[in-house]
Design a protein around this ligand. Structure first.
Ligand code: PEP
Length: 247
């Protein structure tokens, strides 16, 4: 199975900066990248990045999606709208949305369902806070978060992507050790296997201060199928180095 490296630009970018970044990524990915590569960009830039990546293997992702299909939901963006702009993936349940926008497990599950219904692959983020880890609750938390998505999405569950993102590692420069990450990935793998009931392998990405220096050792773990990369996805050279580590 090919690994997937997905960049999460968060609320960063400008027309000029995106132009330079995406052109550098497209150039750096010429030939066979050896893995799947995507950038999840702020919604206003979807059209720009869609044009810039045309003809390349770079895929387009969004950072969130509405659980509703259309209607009086000011400020929301539907999965069908994302689809019209060539979006292949959307992040759902990023810890910043759970924390700052009060997104619950049930809402995240609905968002995953809306994405799947439109033919977009949801990248479902799960992860514990530092307090939860220190209290020995990591497994319980990630299993609860994933269970909600499994419950709401039934037989479609093999179509999702999961990203294990320990909250304490996001944007902090603190990375889970390869062993710590692998331990949680194995738990999630077992949960997904039990839910899918067959051998379909769901991608489980690691996210949390992944960078050019630590990517290779994380990606060498048996249950780490790629990365969700925040800060390091804003620098073409760093992101391309992570992509190369995923070959
Ligand atoms: C993220 O935003 O999903 C993330 C993992 O960020 P960072 O790589 O900056 O920790």
């Amino acid at each position: 199975m090919k690994k997937l490296i997905a960049g999460n630009w968060k609320m960063n970018g400008s027309l000029a900066a995106n132009d330079a970044l995406v052109r550098a990524l497209v150039k750096g990915m010429e030939g066979d990248a050896g893995c799947s590569v995507a950038v999840c960009v702020p919604a206003p830039y979807l059209a720009q990045v869609q044009m810039l990546r045309a003809g390349s293997a770079l895929e387009l992702g969004a950072q969130d999606v509405s659980q509703h299909s259309e209607g009086a939901y000011t400020g929301e963006v539907s999965a069908a709208m994302l689809k019209e702009f060539g979006v292949r993936y959307t992040i759902v349940g990023h810890s910043e949305r759970r924390q700052y926008h009060c997104e619950t497990d049930a809402l995240v599950a609905e968002k995953a369902r809306a994405a799947l219904a439109a033919g977009i692959t949801p990248i479902v983020c799960v992860g514990e806070t530092l307090a939860e880890r220190e209290a020995g609750r990591t497994e319980e938390i990630v299993k609860r978060q994933l269970a909600a998505v499994i419950h709401a999405n039934g037989h479609c569950i093999s179509e999702i992507i999961v990203a294990y993102e320990p909250v304490w590692a996001i944007g902090t420069g603190k990375t889970a050790t390869p062993g710590e990450a692998q331990q949680v990935h194995a738990v999630l793998r077992a949960q997904l296997k039990a839910a899918t009931g067959h051998a379909d392998r769901v991608h489980i990405l690691y996210g949390g201060s992944m960078n050019a220096a630590n990517a290779a050792s994380l990606l060498a773990q048996p249950d780490i199928d790629g990365g969700l990369v925040g800060g390091a996805s804003l620098k073409a050279a760093d992101f391309l180095q992570i992509v190369r580590a995923a070959r």
